[in-house]
Write a protein that binds this ligand. Structure first.
Ligand SMILES: [Zn+2]
Length: 212
């Protein structure tokens, strides 16, 4: 089964992709990871990407697509794969189609914006050991202090409400049109993200089973 996982930043798409990957024994191919892999292995496309990254630029679509093509040709993708984080835009989706990569289903993990902002803005990390906490779901024993090492807890810049809102804005503008793109092809499956990861997982596995 060839799958794409869609979802706004903070909706839990990556977690679901990993769980489905294990359950179906198909690799979850995340763009970030394969670019890092290509860099590490020094493949020709990896070196191309490196030139952009070193220059502080975004890796352009054609290079990302070449890296993905390389990855999907690997043996472990024979029985299927999950694309996580790609495509992010309509042109990328079109490029994937032009590459002749067949996609069976696109799973969209949906969580409303206000819930995403609330979820992400409650995250805290330890400034020393990196342990993570959440003001609603995983409170430290003492407010603002790491249970493990006693250091101060901080909010990462990525989790600040204004950063999250901006990432959501970009998502709605650039990525959300993919729902329509794959919806029209009859490939879109929508999962309502739940508070608990395991509840979302149950819905994800159900919808995949029903549509296999
Ligand atoms: Zn700590």
């Amino acid at each position: 089964m060839n799958l794409i996982f869609l979802g706004a930043p903070g909706a839990g798409k990556g977690t679901q992709a990993e769980i489905v990957s294990e359950k179906y024994r198909i690799p979850a191919v995340s763009t970030g990871n394969i670019i890092r892999e290509a860099l590490k292995n020094g493949t020709p496309t990896g070196l191309q990407a490196k030139a952009y990254i070193d220059a502080g630029k975004l890796v352009p679509d054609d290079v990302v697509i070449a890296i993905i093509k390389e990855r999907l040709a690997a043996d472990d993708c024979k029985n299927g794969f999950i694309l996580d984080g790609f495509p992010r835009t309509i042109p990328q989706a079109e490029a994937l189609d032009e590459m002749g990569v067949p996609i069976d289903k696109v799973v969209n993990i949906f969580v409303a914006d206000d819930r995403i902002v609330k979820r992400m803005s409650g995250r805290r990390v330890c400034s020393a050991c990196g342990n993570s906490y959440h003001l609603d779901y995983k409170r430290p024993k003492v407010e603002g202090v790491c249970d493990a090492c006693g250091s101060a807890l901080v909010q990462r810049k990525d989790d600040a409400p204004e950063t999250v809102s901006e990432r959501l804005r970009v998502y709605h503008e650039e990525t959300q049109p993919l729902e329509d793109y794959y919806g029209k092809k009859g490939k879109l499956l929508v999962v309502q993200g739940q508070e608990k990861v395991e509840d979302t997982t149950a819905l994800t596995l159900n919808i995949l089973e029903d549509n296999a």
